[in-house]
Design a protein around this ligand. Sequence first.
Ligand SMILES: O=C(O)CCC(=O)C(=O)O
Ligand SMILES: [Fe+2]
Length: 314
Amino acid sequence: MGSDSEGIKLPVINFPDDLKENTAVWYSVKKQVHGALKEYGCFEALFDKIPINLRESVFDGLKQLFDLPLQNKLRNRSNKPYHGYVGQHPMVPLYESMGIDGAHIQEKMECFTDLLWSQGNPTFSKSIQSYSEQLSELDQIVRRMVVESLGLEKYMDEHMDSTNYLVRVQKYDSPKSNETKLGLTSHTDKNIVTILYQNEVKGLEVYTKDGHCITVEPTLNSFTVMIGDSFYAWTNGRLHSPRHRVMMTGDKARYSIGLFSVPKAGYVIKAPEEMVDEEHPLLFKPFDHVEFLDFYYTEAGQRSPAALKAYCGA
Ligand SMILES: O=C(O)CCC(=O)C(=O)O
Ligand SMILES: [Fe+2]
């Protein structure tokens, strides 16, 4: 891994404003989505339903949030692993992040802002709530398209109802030197679909199946859509879940926001029988995502290069 492949770029897919199911445009976008997710597990989505002033207000809010004293940020806790404040880690000293479960729901957002700011922060809670709600539409379009492409329509409702939304927000401090420094260690996401949006400072690198590195170069209008291990498992390997990391250079901090569709606790992820045949033997035994996360954050899970396989490989 690590060879830098100049020239390889992520596919860019346009999601028109008036995209409707069962239209010629839907079929054409669906084909591109399926192709990109099979090969790269990732693409750039042009999705301009989220007004530019809302996106700007999200980043204004993120700056205020990470500027809070550490003691306030530490109030962001969760009983689920990796859902609360993460930072001050010697391996990745530039990295800080916080999680907001159910950020598309107003009351949950208000709980978060009331906890972090003693006076609350209605502007922040409104902008993250509305950003998450609007972007969840893209998550749902992508997942519908995957389910249809694989001929799994009879599982559509079950699949669409099997997840919650988690928002994670990240700040990567600038390395303040000419050297490139690690922002976030290489990993695969563990959830279903991740949609990332960042400020103008790039740094995300995605690896191809054969280990080439693609530097993601999003624009103001593009979102990075990525497959996580749970979708890889549910589709029995039909989609790729790519390794990725963040590298930082220069003197500006990078802020990013991720919308994660995450399997609900208690929902057992089991590849539909249609996905299993001689050519595609079952990759993973049925598993519960939260229990898998518990394993992933043990020492053995962290050491394992393929944690899901170690946990429940068939
Ligand atoms: O900040 C980014 O762009 C990537 C964050 C990421 O990979 C993650 O939170 O899983
Ligand atoms: Fe990630």
